[in-house]
Ligand binder design. Structure first.
Ligand SMILES: [Zn+2]
Length: 138
């Protein structure tokens, strides 16, 4: 389960709407306690795909990860997951998403229908398969 404040979830959804018709993406920072991830803050990342590709795949580079790790360390946090949007597509991970995912992290996907954020769902990779993860928004 990932516990995320409603205001933070709304921030992700607002970013997803703002990026429409392109995908947004970013890093989720927080802490892991027992089996729960507690989201604390987010940092958006410029979509690194070239034009023509940015509407259906997101990319977080090694450099983005390094900057994210530095930010996390400076703030006493961990990287607990990533978020991105699916413009006019359901909040279901693509094969591309699965191929580029790592275990443990939460992958939040916000579907955006004609410019408005619809559903946000979270997934965790295990055995090279995504399983849905519960989001607790308070
Ligand atoms: Zn995706």
């Amino acid at each position: 389960m990932i516990v995320i404040e409603k205001s933070l979830l709304e921030k992700i959804e607002a970013e997803a709407e703002k990026s429409y018709p392109f995908e947004c993406c970013g890093i989720i920072f927080g802490s892991i306690e027992k089996n729960e991830k507690l989201a604390h803050s987010i940092k958006s990342i410029v979509n690194n795909f070239g034009s023509g590709e940015e509407h259906h795949r997101f990319l977080i580079t090694a450099e983005d990860m390094m900057r994210g790790e530095l930010y996390a360390r400076q703030n006493g946090l961990d990287i607990i997951g990533f978020y991105h949007s699916h413009p006019d597509h359901p909040a279901i991970p693509s094969d591309y998403d699965r191929d580029h995912a790592l275990p443990v992290y939460s992958y939040l996907i916000t579907s955006v229908k004609t410019g408005r954020a619809d559903i946000t769902a979270s997934y965790v990779l295990s055995d090279n398969k995504f399983t849905a993860e519960e989001i607790s928004a308070e």
